[in-house]
Design a binder for this molecule. Sequence first.
Ligand code: CUA
Length: 319
Amino acid sequence: MRRGILLIIPALLAGCDGRHNWLASAGAEAQRVEELFWVLLLGAAVIWSLVIGAAVYAHRRQVDPSLETQARRFILWGGAVFPTVVVGALLVWGLVILRDITSDEGDLTVRVDGERWWWRVIYETPEGDVVTANEIRLPVDRTALFRLTADDVIHSFWVPALGGKMDMIPGRETTLALTPIQTGNWGGLCAEYCGGAHALMRFDAIVMEQDAFDTWLAAEAEAAQVAGDDRGFEIFQEEGCGACHTIRGTDAQGPVGPDLTHLAAREKLGAGIYDMTPETMARWITDTHEMKPDIDMPPYPDLQGDRLDRLVAFLMSLD
Ligand code: CUA
């Protein structure tokens, strides 16, 4: 008994940090999975109680040979027919949910590529693709179709409160439909071990009213407003940042790292792990591998003083 309790505690701790709690679903698909879970749990509890009750009863009674036929019948119905029907029904129920959450229809399409260890996010719009990273915004009560793939190793896309998870596999596309029904900032994460910074591969999934979402997406589609003589942007280019990062509207067009066009409009830095502030930004540049071990971006410890301040001010102006 005590061991049982000890096993339950970590499970509860892992699932109870509010926005990552899949038992507090904020999406239509997550709600259906949650329903299935409770039916399974309660059904299992009832059946377990009946089986244990029958075992205790049988243990305490003398065997009565005249009841053998009834006992055989009980075993046939209780041990074969009943489980077959119940498990079969649960299988069908689960398959119907699976079919719906992997459907390839939605009100909007978002492609997400898993990278080591961040998320490339591409909204498909009639005017063309809108590229962003590490933050996914969705309109409430609309079905977002996610088309998922990976660049290097297998990742898994999961927003516990909204639904998932779904593997992201290099060279293959998987789909996941999510319909948020509640506004808020729901945490997302990588649910497949993918290397050194796997535990730090997170993102914000922000659910907004349709109008606010449309305004946000229109702003994301715009190029960055960078003045030609912006000293911070010059430093950005001198340090070679533009070889890896893109800032649309400038000649920084690097395809390797996250798109930075509207970096400062994101709530988090480093793929969902730090608040977006000038202080975290400065540390991200100078102490990159203390902030997030194993990532490809090299640290710039020699960038200090005025030069660092100007670069940070420039990056924080990209909203
Ligand atoms: Cu990506 Cu774990």
